[in-house]
Design a protein around this ligand. Structure first.
Ligand code: AMP
Length: 308
């Protein structure tokens, strides 16, 4: 496995791969890798010949009072995990390498970034789209793999690639969960044992919302309210939002129909967590993409959609 930290080296490596006919896939991450990231690497492997993982804690996507300085890091552990997944190249640049000077050019996707996580983190998505655009320009990938855990990020990056005619396929991958339902996240490392226990209320509330849709509930406001009520039973968890949106456009839904994203964000102590499920309602019934248990825990097949 190659490990590079200079843009010129990564560009030369990817140029060579493409010149020899290889399809390059990229997995952008901020490191402190877990099975969620590893599922993206596997998806990249299945669809590409040369897999690049980027590890960069991007200052541009952190707000002034957020956790940039304390964000967990473990480059040696990350490299071992990438090697175990058969990754071809890891890129872990310094901040100075990515931003030798403060950029005057940034990428802004409007509307899709205005609310949900964008409400509490008004500069976050510009930071994400700017760094992802830079990574696409450096790597020149045929495909890029993102987790559905960050559903709004996936919608925003997909729209950016479409609007700007970027020659890259943006691929969304299922959420990977711990055996008890907690969505995997590098930020879970911040949780004290009682906070981690309390955080389970998020996946429980989403599961309850899916069950309500299965029982026939189609009023999106009532589904969101159910989520709020379940989360409210856990005093350690402060809900930021619970919303039911069109899964692709992120527009508010009145009636649950087609693909509905049920999304939550909450603070557990100092830690901000997000989670979601996608419920599909059509003539043949209801299916839910609730994600999957970690492959290490359960050996579950990747990419499963659960008929409910
Ligand atoms: P991060 O390192 O948190 O920026 O995440 C890098 C990529 O991994 C993003 O596309 C995330 O959506 C994805 N990701 C993070 N957690 C999970 C998870 N539990 N399941 C699937 N993908 C994930």
């Amino acid at each position: 496995m190659l490990h590079v930290d200079r843009i010129a080296d990564l560009r030369a490596t990817c140029d060579r791969a493409r010149a020899s006919g290889l399809r390059v896939g990229v997995v952008p991450t901020m490191g402190y890798l877990h099975d969620g990231h590893r599922s993206l690497m596997r998806a990249a492997h299945a669809a590409s010949d040369f897999v690049v993982v980027t590890i960069f804690v991007n200052p541009l996507q952190f707000g002034a009072h957020e956790d940039l300085d304390t964000y967990p890091r473990d480059l040696a552990g990350d490299l071992a995990q990438c090697a175990a997944e058969g990754v071809d190249c890891v890129f872990s640049p310094s901040v100075a390498e990515m931003y030798p000077r403060s950029p005057l050019t940034t990428v802004h996707v409007s509307e899709l970034t205005a609310d949900l996580c964008g409400a509490a983190r008004p500069t976050h998505f510009d930071g994400v789209t700017t760094v992802v655009a830079k990574l696409f320009a450096i790597v020149g990938p045929c495909a890029a793999f993102f987790g559905r855990k960050d559903a709004q990020q996936l919608a925003v990056v997909t729209r950016m690639a479409d609007d700007l005619n970027l020659p890259v396929e943006v691929v969304g991958c299922p959420i990977v969960r711990e055996a008890d339902g907690l969505a995997m996240s590098s930020r879970n490392a911040y949780l004290s044992p009682p906070d981690r226990e309390a955080a389970l209320v998020l996946s429980r509330a989403l599961r309850g919302a899916v069950d309500a849709v299965v029982r026939g509930e189609r009023d999106a406001r009532r589904v969101a309210q159910l989520v709020r009520e379940v989360v409210a039973t856990e005093p350690r968890v402060e809900l930021e939002y619970a919303e039911v949106r069109d899964a692709h456009e992120l527009t508010p839904m009145v009636t649950v129909d087609g693909s509905a994203l049920i999304a939550v964000a909450a603070r557990v102590g100092e830690t901000r967590l997000i989670d979601n499920v996608v419920v599909r309602v059509d003539d043949s019934g209801v299916t839910a993409d609730v994600g999957m248990a970690s492959a290490a825990e359960s050996g579950a097949a990747l990419g499963s959609t659960t008929p409910v």
